[in-house]
Design a protein around this ligand. Structure first.
Ligand SMILES: Nc1ncnc2c1ncn2[C@@H]1O[C@H](COP(=O)(O)OP(=O)(O)O)[C@@H](O)[C@H]1O
Ligand SMILES: [Mg+2]
Length: 232
């Protein structure tokens, strides 16, 4: 094959694969964005192991309406201006790649209201292109809803493990962040059922929705490294 420069869409899909390998890596990036935005409550919802739908909502600082589309551009970040900033970086992210990557390989809807704004904005993107934009009446904070992850990258879908394994990656990831940030209230819903909820009280206090565990043949929740008297 002769050498050719790849079209932007193909280059973006390949670059996206380095940041977003599986549903759990999408959830990781979105949780880190919420933590960087000083969220006190982070809610994660997944359907179909996160491939059908995954949503991360937070009550953090939010994004200004005029910056919403910029947030989806590769290497666009509010966390870094020059290379020296790397030395004093306090945030989890700084490369400005997560939202652009996710937007390139899914149907993504970003809804956000900046904490100083009177109303929010919603942008819908299909394979990296904005297809719809409107005002949104929501409380301050941000919600990223990702539908049909990897719909346009069949090779990436083939690389994924079973639904059970991908779901377990998400559950483990959320529980680890919940334990690493006990002052933040985390909740996780899997296929419409509450799988995890923490109080955000500052201790490793978790209540597991037992009906989820008892209705499930999976026993992944037993492996959560949380002391029994920290559970509520
Ligand atoms: N949940 C969020 N709350 C507030 N701002 C956000 C959120 N998610 C993303 N942003 C904004 O969008 C920008 C781009 O996000 P991202 O692509 O993850 O890059 P990075 O986190 O490396 O800056 C962030 O720098 C931030 O300004
Ligand atoms: Mg980020």
């Amino acid at each position: 094959m002769p050498i050719q420069v790849l079209p932007d869409t193909v280059a973006s899909q390949i670059a996206a694969g380095e940041v977003i390998e599986r549903p759990a890596s999408a959830v990781k990036e979105l949780i880190e964005n919420a933590l960087d935005a000083k969220a006190q409550h982070i809610r994660v919802e997944i359907q179909g192991a996160g491939l059908e739908q995954l949503t991360v909502s937070d009550d953090g600082d939010g994004i200004m309406a005029e910056e919403m589309s910029l947030a989806l551009v590769r290497h666009a970040t509010s966390k870094l201006r020059q290379i020296e900033d790397l030395d004093r970086l306090q945030t989890l992210g700084f490369r400005g790649e997560a939202l652009a990557s996710l937007a390139a390989v899914s149907h993504l809807t970003l809804t956000s209201r900046h904490h100083q704004a009177s109303q929010g904005r919603q942008i819908s993107v299909r394979g990296g292109k904005i297809v719809h934009e409107q005002a949104a009446g929501i409380p301050p904070g941000t919600q990223v809803a990702v539908h049909q992850l990897f719909y346009n990258v069949p090779a990436r879908r083939k690389f994924l493990k079973s639904e059970t394994t991908e779901r377990r990656h998400v559950v483990n990831l959320v529980s680890h962040y919940a334990m690493a940030y006990p002052a933040v209230r985390f909740s996780l819903a899997v296929d419409g059922r509450e799988a995890l909820r923490t109080t955000g009280s500052g201790n490793c206090m978790m209540s597991w929705w037992m009906y989820w565990a008892s209705n499930s043949s999976e026993r992944w929740w037993l492996s959560i490294p949380c002391r029994i008297n920290d559970l509520i």
